[in-house]
Design a protein around this ligand. Structure first.
Ligand code: C2O
Ligand code: CU
Ligand code: CU
Length: 574
């Protein structure tokens, strides 16, 4: 039996008669804003439970990472430094950006390497996140704590009277569940025995007695959370994954699946001095929704399955000086995609792996898309740039799966023929595909537009956001292609350029014989053959910043945008 059993019993015994000394103060992640973001991923340790510290991984800290603030319209530049002992990737979940910047399994960052993606933020104001996406390692690296939130602001959201004092009346809540070994180390399991918010066990937080915004991310490996308050009060959902809803939607429960985000407004006016619990009412979940299963033993056994449990103890304190005291009646005017404009309907299937001859990890327990396990070398679809597409997903799986696609935000058309409820009738990047009913398969349709960023080399992913299923192969990939592009993939049309100054100490410039030459990728490799800097589509006019390289001889590997041909030149860093 796991050590956590004991902790959990303690949690049950103490948790329900609210003595504040039994709670830990909710940790609020630091923030970063501007247009250049330095993110250093490293192995570290953290005091999560009494006794031995837990080996964790953090981004600029001991666990999880800073919350990044982006303004729509800005070009953001990321310096992602992998100081972990292992390779990783960092994916910008929900963002519309070039595939080569996306941080999926193809954009692997070796240990010791700096990766510098950048892109123009076109997403709507909402809550997004970033997390590792290395194939077969995603569950492991997310469990150790790698990830962070991204908050996008735009003019429409900024014009509304909404709470936006971070940590005060605008609270980030990253929901997970975790499990510890007897040595206090993370167990890499789909379900933990303890619910955790922002890396805090048994958390409490004080909010002002006014309208408060919670930005909630389900960052769990597998579990869904049927969110609500212990007193069943109403709250207003104001966003789906990728933007504001047209108007707030009043509910008292919201079932949030892995990878999904919602922002909600709660009215705490006049309640100073009282408290209420944010709960996961998971006792009402069926057996085939993650977290609804009711077993204590085996690989999926856990103490939170099919139970109602507290996520956060909320203490209500005095008002702030400029409180928001009412909820806006309307928020935005979403122009959803029109099915009449769809160029194609793609038919996908989800199923159990029975009949698949070569299951990779868990054998017959794996779930699959289009009757096959993930193959990183196979593009399932070529999406012509500019296409509006309906993706129709038919599931014969008995289990429900949160399906996620990169590159786009989509609109749900229907789930088993029924249009989405108001709280999901906006922009989404994860849609829950319920398990089949009896022998009747589930059919879910969504519509998306693939507007730009054609790239034949770097695919975008789609997958189940239950990391266990994803790691086991419940994933596929597509490329966005420009059918009119004349680019040919060849290895003999090398670009002709010189590096200067050489030797160089801070900036390195490239001068091309053909001034129209464009870079698809530049890598800088040291004498040991190790890639130290990865520069997708670098803006070369500004030079390459090499000031952080240790002095020595390096190779610069240039990939031409048009021909994809690779040329290598040496330079010396002084
Ligand atoms: Cu949040 Cu492909 O993932
Ligand atoms: Cu994603
Ligand atoms: Cu799944």
């Amino acid at each position: 039996m796991k050590k956590n059993a004991l902790l959990f019993i303690l949690f049950l015994a103490l948790g329900f008669n609210a003595k504040s000394q039994n709670y830990n103060n909710l940790w609020i992640p630091d923030t970063l804003s501007g247009t250049t973001f330095n993110l250093a991923m490293r192995d570290t340790f953290s005091q999560i439970i009494p006794g031995n510290q837990t080996i964790t991984a953090g981004i600029n800290g001991k666990f999880w990472g800073p919350t990044l603030f982006f303004n729509q319209g800005d070009t953001v530049h990321m310096n992602v430094q992998n100081l972990l002992n292992d390779a990783t990737t960092l994916h910008w979940h929900g963002f519309h950006l070039p595939a080569v910047m996306d941080g999926g399994p193809h954009q692997m960052i070796p240990p010791g390497t700096v990766w510098q993606p950048y892109w123009k933020v076109t997403n709507n104001a909402a809550t997004y996140w970033y997390h590792p996406h290395l194939h077969e390692m995603t569950m492991d690296q997310i469990t150790k704590g790698l990830g962070g939130l991204i908050i996008v602001r735009d003019p429409i959201e900024s014009a509304l009277a909404l709470p936006r004092s971070y940590g005060i009346d605008d609270i980030p809540l990253v929901l997970t569940d975790c499990d510890f070994t007897s040595g206090n180390q993370f167990a890499i399991v789909p379900y933990g025995d303890s619910s955790v918010v922002n890396g805090t066990l048994s958390p409490q937080h004080t909010v002002p007695s006014q309208i408060v915004r919670f930005r909630i991310l389900n960052a769990a490996i597998e579990r869904s959370f049927n969110l609500g308050f212990r007193d069943n009060r109403n709250f207003s959902v104001i966003t789906s994954d990728g933007g504001l809803l047209n108007a707030p939607v009043t509910v008292n429960r919201y079932l949030l699946h892995a990878g999904e985000r919602i922002e909600i407004l709660i009215d705490f006016s006049g309640q100073s001095g009282t408290s209420v619990d944010l709960m996961a009412f998971n006792a009402s979940l069926g057996n085939f929704i993650a977290g609804g299963e009711n077993f204590l033993n085996g690989p999926f056994g856990n103490y939170l399955g099919h139970k109602d449990f507290r996520m956060l103890h909320v203490n209500i304190g005095p008002q702030t000086s400029n409180p928001i005291t009412s909820i806006p009646a309307t928020l935005t005017n979403n122009v959803l995609l029109n099915q009449a404009n769809a160029n194609v309907t793609r038919l996908l299937t989800l199923s159990d792996s029975a009949g698949v001859t070569n299951p990779v990890i868990l054998g017959p327990n794996a779930f699959i898309i289009n009757h096959q396990l993930f193959d990183i070398n196979q593009n399932e679809y070529e999406v012509p740039i500019g296409n509006t597409e309906i993706w129709q997903i038919t599931s014969s799986s008995i289990f429900g799966h949160p399906f996620h696609i990169h590159d786009v935000e989509f609109n749900i058309i229907s789930v088993n023929g029924v249009a989405p409820v108001a709280a999901q009738a906006g922009w989404k990047d994860v849609v829950f595909i319920p398990g089949r009913t009896g022998t009747t398969n589930t059919v879910v349709k969504f519509i998306a537009k693939f507007e730009d960023y054609a790239d034949i080399l770097h695919p975008f992913m789609y997958h189940c956001h239950i990391s266990l299923h994803e790691d086991e192969g419940m994933m596929g990939q597509f490329v966005v292609v420009d059918p009119f592009a004349t680019a040919v993939k060849t290895n003999n049309q090398t670009a002709s350029f010189n590096l200067y100054p050489n030797p160089a100490n801070s900036k390195l410039y490239l001068s091309f014989d053909d001034p129209n030459t464009q870079a698809y990728y530049v890598k800088i490799i040291n004498v040991l053959g190790k890639t130290v800097l990865m520069l997708p589509k670098p803006q070369l006019q500004q030079g390459i910043d090499i000031s952080n390289l240790t002095p020595g001889v390096y190779a610069l590997e240039f990939t031409d945008q048009k021909t994809k041909a690779v040329t290598t030149k040496k330079f010396i860093k002084e």
